[in-house]
Design a protein. Structure first.
Length: 562
């Protein structure tokens, strides 16, 4: 004799209670098409980053030759493919000038005419020590006493790709500070060739604040702490305590800057509390204008560090700053907030590292903050649209109406065709919808109009598994098996078919989510959640109901209403 499955019943009740609690405690976020908001299309001037690379390499090669005591009679830069913006061109009579119109259509390159052609080997060696001439740049001699450095097309593609990615990360960082729920930030087209970024901001009907934040680059600075007469840095846990240590006044050229922990910055909507306050010099010898890149990596003793790279001028400035302040504290300041304060252990040039008690996540975030403050190029807004909330209200109303009608039709069909067993399918369907809504609320997924379409489709798909099970039970009953045996065979034999059908649909939904844009991903999200929920409700919940009824009737049911 079977017993009432109290354990499974309790499990289902707990899931129902948690789902209801989640839905009532965490509102479901709506996408741009439902909530209204702003639609912006941003064009990134990627070739400015390529020109910056050419300029930096030009400075590095020129400095390398000059440091080696090699005299340059003439030096030329060529960035002929640059189509827009103002470019500074030096007249041909100057020893250093830039060619903007290369009649031969050559890729970006540099040329140095040496005053002494016999020092060609020394010049090559000096340049090799500063520039990667075996990778991004190639070095040739088109004429006697002339060195040409040519930027490869592969390097140009990499620069363009990384530029768009860095700008996207920078935009994402700035938009996060606005508290926008799930903004959609997508690079349109191939990242290697695309110059456009699509930005959708649900709930932001006036995009001016977002535009101002995006178009204003983050101000990243490396600044020294002020020390007292006993060679101790001015630091305190509160601004008031630091002012008291200073006698109530801050001298000209100095200011108090708060330091924040990176882990506190990631909680949207949560108050950010400063860890400490520091007295810094206002003057910043090095800032984000010189920063090329920043990456999290592992340094000595396998410690996680953040490595950064400056251009030629920034490297020289940073070397002078750090050489004069070894053993002193330096603050990394982003938008008037210290994101890290570290001891200068050694002289640092173009490539350095920030060490600390970082987790990998914190190091990645710090590197991301550094890169977000170093936007390598300009941008402008090609397209701007505002979607009013009325469209969203209509979409929600029509979508809800469609979902209710679809559910009503399914309920009527299941009850009329499968009788009391149809009520079990209806119960499973109601729990399915509850689980979908709970998942959307719990994980902060955005509900879009295609997502509502996915829920409507899920309503039809959710009962498909029950139909397969019920038809299998009917077949077992027709051949004379008992009710208990038919239920056992129906659920057992139909499971393989149900599982295969759901897995194939799940794989398709995963691809839609991975490669689709915002609306398509919204559809894929609800389909994926709906498939998982329907597997649980149709197979597990429905089976618990049947087993419970059999246990209550002590397996004496002679005829099943199905």
């Amino acid at each position: 004799m079977s017993r009432i499955p109290w354990g499974r019943i309790l499990f289902i009740l707990v899931i129902l209670a948690v789902s209801a609690l989640v839905i009532f405690s965490k509102p479901i976020m709506f996408g741009l098409d439902l909530q209204g908001g702003s639609h912006l299309l941003i064009r990134v001037h990627v070739d400015e980053a390529v020109e910056s690379e050419v300029d930096n390499t030009f400075a590095a090669a020129r400095n390398a030759l000059q440091d080696a005591g090699i005299e340059i009679s003439t030096a030329r830069e060529s960035v002929a493919f640059m189509p827009e913006g103002d470019r500074t061109a030096f007249p041909p009579g100057m020893p250093f000038f830039k060619i903007l119109d290369d009649p031969e259509g050559n890729p970006p390159h540099l040329e140095f005419d040496l005053a002494d052609a016999e020092r060609m080997d020394d010049a090559r060696q000096a340049i090799r020590e500063r520039i990667n001439v075996e990778g991004d740049w190639s070095m040739t001699s088109p004429a006697s006493g002339t060195i040409r450095l040519t930027l490869s097309m592969g390097a140009i593609t990499d620069i363009r790709r990384s530029t768009v990615q860095n700008v996207r990360r920078s935009i994402s960082y700035r938009i996060d500070q606005l508290g926008v729920a799930e903004p959609n930030i997508v690079i349109q087209g191939d990242q290697a060739t695309s110059q456009r970024i699509l930005l959708q901001l649900p709930g932001i009907e006036d995009p001016e604040e977002a535009k101002d934040r995006i178009r204003t680059p983050g101000n990243l600075e490396f600044r020294m702490l002020v020390y007292d007469e006993a060679d101790r840095p001015y630091q305190a846990l509160t601004r008031e305590a630091l002012l008291e240590n200073l006698g109530g006044d801050v001298l000209a050229g100095q200011e108090i800057v708060p330091e924040y922990a990176q882990t506190l910055a990631e909680a949207r909507g949560q108050e950010r509390l400063p860890l400490e306050f520091h007295l810094l010099y206002k003057e910043a010898t090095v800032n984000s204008n010189y920063l090329i890149d920043a990456r999290a990596s592992r340094g000595q003793q396998n410690r996680i560090v953040v490595q950064f790279t400056f251009d030629a001028e920034g490297g020289q400035r940073f070397r002078q700053l750090t050489a004069a302040n070894i053993g002193k504290l330096m603050a990394v300041v982003l938008d008037d907030e210290a994101i890290e304060v570290a001891v200068i252990n050694d002289e640092i040039g173009s490539v350095g590292e920030i060490s600390g008690q970082f987790t990998r996540e914190e190091a990645d975030r710090l590197a991301w903050l550094l890169r977000s403050g170093a936007v390598p190029t300009s941008m402008h807004f090609e397209e701007e649209r505002s979607v009013g909330p009325a469209l969203g209200a209509d979409s929600i109303r029509f979508g809800t109406t469609a979902a209710l009608w679809g559910m009503a039709i399914v309920v009527v069909f299941m009850v009329l065709y499968y009788r009391l067993s149809g009520f079990v399918a209806v119960l499973a369907l109601a729990m399915n919808i509850l689980l979908i809504m709970a998942f959307l609320a719990w994980f902060g997924a955005v509900l879009t109009l295609p997502g509502i379409g996915g829920i409507i489709l899920t309503i039809g798909m959710a009962v498909d598994a029950n139909v397969l099970i019920f038809e299998r039970i009917r077949e077992e009953l027709r051949v004379g098996k008992t009710v208990m045996s038919s239920i056992e065979s129906g659920f057992g034999k139909a499971f393989g078919t149900i599982f295969d059908a759901n897995v194939t649909t799940f794989i398709a939904a995963i691809f839609l989510f991975q490669f689709g844009t915002g609306p398509i991903r919204g559809f894929a999200t609800t389909i994926t959640i709906g498939l998982a929920a329907s597997m649980f409700t149709a197979v597990f919940v429905a089976r618990v109901v049947f087993d419970s009824v059999l246990a209550i009737k002590r397996n004496q049911i002679q005829k099943l209403s199905i």
